[in-house]
Design a protein around this ligand. Sequence first.
Ligand SMILES: CC(C)(COP(=O)(O)OP(=O)(O)OC[C@H]1O[C@@H](n2cnc3c(N)ncnc32)[C@H](O)[C@@H]1OP(=O)(O)O)[C@@H](O)C(=O)NCCC(=O)NCCS
Length: 380
Amino acid sequence: MSETTYPNYSPGLQGVIGGVTSISKITVEESRLEYRGYNVHDLASQGSFEETAYLLLKGELPNAAELAEFNKTLDSERSIPTEVITALKSCAKGTHPMDMLKAAYSVLSGFDPDYNADPTDHDANIRKAIRILAKAPTIVTAAYQISQGKEPIAPKAGLRTASNFLYMLHGSEQDDYTELVMDASLTLYAEHTYNASTFACRVCVATLSDIYSGIVTGIGTLKGPLHGGANEEAMAMLMEIGTPENAEPWLRDALATKKKIMGFGHREYKVGDGRAIYLTEVAKEIGRRKGNTKWGDIADIMEKIMREEKNIYPNVDFPAAYAYYLLGIPIELYTPIFVMARVSGWSAHAIEQLDNNRLIRPSCIYEGKLDLKYVPIQDR
Ligand SMILES: CC(C)(COP(=O)(O)OP(=O)(O)OC[C@H]1O[C@@H](n2cnc3c(N)ncnc32)[C@H](O)[C@@H]1OP(=O)(O)O)[C@@H](O)C(=O)NCCC(=O)NCCS
């Protein structure tokens, strides 16, 4: 392919402005991410995931009464129809939970009371987004329990997204710190401008398809290891490395053979991902509390070499991987957890797109053959 020689063409759409948004902003030089003007660091360290989800969907932070009402609505929407559980049980053994999530949201869409609403109906879209968000921890844990040959655990009234997820995963409530870390990680994962899955979601709904279709498109796009799947791959890599002593030889060998190091690098951030800086502190604190600093030590060695050799920094998926591992979360749930958070960002983008819609349909450069003479099949 001679793709780089074409004028006005950027492979991978790098640097191309694909739209206008007021949902989030990355300031690359400062490794800063803001959701509707609020620094994600402040939201993750001082607020709750539900405050962030409300902010993303409704445009403003809630006051105490609005947040209480929002949490009450989420609570009343947590359970999923038995038909969704049946669909999850119908998946082939060995199906990745991400593929099970696509099935679940596809089946769920028809059960939404606003299923027949006009796709551009803003209020109906907000109601759908809240249902999609509320049911995410129930769907993720049901998919996991079923993949393990177990029955799903029903949501517990009064628990929030992070604590209910942990409850439905483990069958019991977890300690405050575990819930706090899970909650903060959901805030960090909630939204990230025009990343691949969000853009795919916007492309989908811009055809005047519906939010559920946008969510399913987002899940499929997030699954890949160059995007959301990197957190699972990063943990697999850390486990393969195994010890701090092995980190340097393993990494140098991987770089010499031009391997992509999972959890490092980013299309936008070139001097570090602010989310990773914050989550690294959190992951190391979990390590200290659990008396297991091994993963943090391996990470330090890798980060130093990657900086020195490639000038590449870790992204959020790197500390998320060992933070979740230390919290006892099964590895195949790392990317589904990302979904649980990102449904808020995808929905906000889908609504923003549908509120002011134009079909997204870029052009391309054709470089195949032309003017060939059609030869009837019997003569070929
Ligand atoms: C995220 C990612 C896809 C961004 O890719 P991109 O903007 O298209 O950048 P490229 O893949 O073209 O990389 C540019 C250069 O940096 C190198 N590079 C980028 N990320 C790297 C990584 N994780 N490990 C090793 N080298 C890396 C590439 O090999 C390339 O080097 P070259 O110019 O010598 O060929 C890429 O960094 C990556 O694959 N990271 C690993 C997966 C990951 O963690 N994804 C989660 C993102 S939040």
